[in-house]
Ligand binder design. Sequence first.
Ligand code: SF4
Ligand SMILES: [Zn+2]
Length: 320
Amino acid sequence: MSQFPDFDMGDRWILSHRPPKNTVDARVPYAFLVEEERTAAGVNAPVATVFLTNRECPFRCLMCDLWKNTTNEKSLPGDIPDQIAYALAQLPPARHIKLYNAGNFFDTKAIPSADYEKIAALLHPFETVIVECHPKLITERCLQFRDLLRGELEIALGLETAHPEVLRKLNKRMDLDEFRRCVQFLKKNGIRTRAFTLLRPPFLTEEDGLFWSKRTLEFAFESGVECCVVIPTRPGNGAMDWLQSNGFFSPPSLSSLEQAMEYGLGLRAGRVFADLWDLQLFADCPQCFESRRKRLETMNLRQVVPPKIACKCSTPKADY
Ligand code: SF4
Ligand SMILES: [Zn+2]
């Protein structure tokens, strides 16, 4: 499965495979929640996440499904602060907050810069503010927003993979040097970064997928990233389903996710989280799945590697 299709999978091809978007309201966040997370200070704390509804990201990454809950029109001034206020009024207290907008916080068509002051005022109670953005949109504008905040700014960047050719095929429009320069720029300006990394993106075998997940974690930390998230690659956006049906993609196994996490935590270079959303998609044994999910949760919350779960699925078969 290390072969690439022999045609260009650019924007047009990716768009032509999409199923329809969900219906969303530009004045209401499409989700919000509070969950425990290990903070950069090494303690567990409640972290609020608000999934903002806004204009779709202008990039067309091959594996992305975030566009499903976005609008086609640019956000109107006032809509984003209203969405944040709406979520905060209903969420339990938290000292850290993620504002995830299915794209780029510093894309002014998604988050108008005229709203930065109002947003910063709403974020006054928070010690950490985490937003997401593509490296191409990391500019001085981030520093203007940082200066308005009382708490610290952290920016999540999609690194995806350190495999140069796969990264190019993902249509990310970013190379590894650009990612490294972006992390350094943010670091120099007192802004921490977290990297989203893909476990087994398309075009890789299970073995290569795990190998490159480990190299990607190393690359991220060597570049100056403080925290990495390992995301098992999922189908479901049209393009990925086509690749799966045609032998260019298979979702990774739960075992590879466990091994990537064990390796990443073993680097002791920064926090490493497994994305456990929809984990049952990767389940390979009904008997031990729940115990293994809890073990991954422990890795996330305690940043340690607990003993492996014994199950007959992992016992080597007797050789007759
Ligand atoms: S930059 Fe992020 S949100 Fe935009 S298409 Fe790529 S993965 Fe999706
Ligand atoms: Zn099992």
